[in-house]
Design a binder for this molecule. Structure first.
Ligand SMILES: Nc1ncnc2c1ncn2[C@@H]1O[C@H](COP(=O)(O)OP(=O)(O)OP(=O)(O)O)[C@@H](O)[C@H]1O
Ligand SMILES: Cc1ncc(CO)c(N)n1
Length: 269
């Protein structure tokens, strides 16, 4: 008789990317590659490909609440990850759901896509600052999101520290500032205000980076669900996303997706 296995369970609350590189699709592929059971609460549907976002439709708030309750009340979660939340109403509903859940939350405060297409209404920024960031175990803004949320513009590695301090003011336990859009190395800064970790990786001269942020945040959630500390989960997630970028797929005429499956082939010749 085979043993009954209960895998770590991770829930993503995010939008769909029809092109399969970012959003819910990136999250679930990351979760499969990292050995957890992935579950999803869909917040919005986007018509999207390597060239940009051609359309976006958000779901009603009751649909988001119902999906969340279905998963958490029956299956249970060891970590939650949030991505595209589209509107102030959805941001507030998701923040409330997370605050009632006994699991760490990785909040990727998605603002715009790699092409600059908006994925969050400007009117929702305040709800992200005052409702969502306070319930985050780790918040993972990129440089554009940091500028939008705090007004701090990062142009050097030193600015990463000022940016992190400004985000921590809103109450997340940890912040990971993603410096991937800075030139040179792909350096990110993780801090809780006392401990600090600089994560450096070679910058791959590869334009197929669609979905890097979603992939990194999901990988962090997988580590937390397995019982890792935040610095351990972020270190492993950074290694995973760096490998996925290195193996990126030249799909479509624009920015192709990272390869989520690279880690599954790691030991295969
Ligand atoms: N060309 C690159 N080479 C290596 N690492 C990179 C590169 N671009 C980004 N990264 C890393 O990928 C991770 C995600 O950062 P990034 O700033 O791209 O997120 P993002 O803008 O939220 O992504 P997206 O919006 O496409 O999901 C970070 O660890 C960052 O340092
Ligand atoms: C649905 C979705 N979520 C997040 C991102 C992040 O870039 C994206 N491009 N699309």
């Amino acid at each position: 008789m085979s043993a009954v296995r209960v895998p770590p369970r991770v829930l993503t609350v995010a939008g769909s990317d029809s092109g399969g590189g970012a959003g819910i699709q990136a999250d679930l592929k990351t979760m499969l590659a990292l050995g957890v059971h992935g579950m999803s609460v869909l917040t919005a549907v986007t018509a999207q490909n390597s060239l940009g976002v051609q359309g976006a439709w958000e779901l009603p708030v009751e649909a988001v609440r119902a999906q969340y309750r279905s998963v958490v009340d029956d299956i249970g979660v060891q970590a939650v990850k949030t991505g595209m939340l589209a509107s102030a109403e959805l941001v507030e509903a998701v923040a409330e759901l997370i605050s009632g859940t006994d699991a760490p939350a990785v909040v990727d405060p998605v603002g715009v896509s790699k092409h600059g297409d908006p994925l969050l209404a400007a009117s929702a920024l305040d709800s992200v600052r005052t409702r969502l960031l306070p319930v985050a175990t780790v918040a993972t803004p990129n440089l554009d999101e940091v500028a939008q949320l705090t007004g701090v513009r990062v142009e050097s590695e030193d600015d990463l520290r000022r940016a992190a301090a400004a985000v921590l003011e809103y109450g997340p336990r940890w912040v990971l500032i993603k410096g991937g859009h800075l030139s040179g190395e792909a350096t990110d800064l993780l801090t809780d205000g006392s401990e600090e970790l600089l994560l450096r990786a070679p910058r791959h001269d590869n334009r197929h980076t669609h979905g890097t942020g979603c992939t990194l945040a999901s990988a962090i959630a997988c580590g937390l669900a397995k019982g890792c500390s935040v610095p351990e989960a972020v270190t492993a997630a950074k290694e995973y996303v760096t490998g996925a970028i290195a193996a990126g797929f030249a799909l479509g005429a624009g920015i192709g997706p990272v390869d989520h499956g690279w880690a599954l082939r790691r030991d295969t010749p």
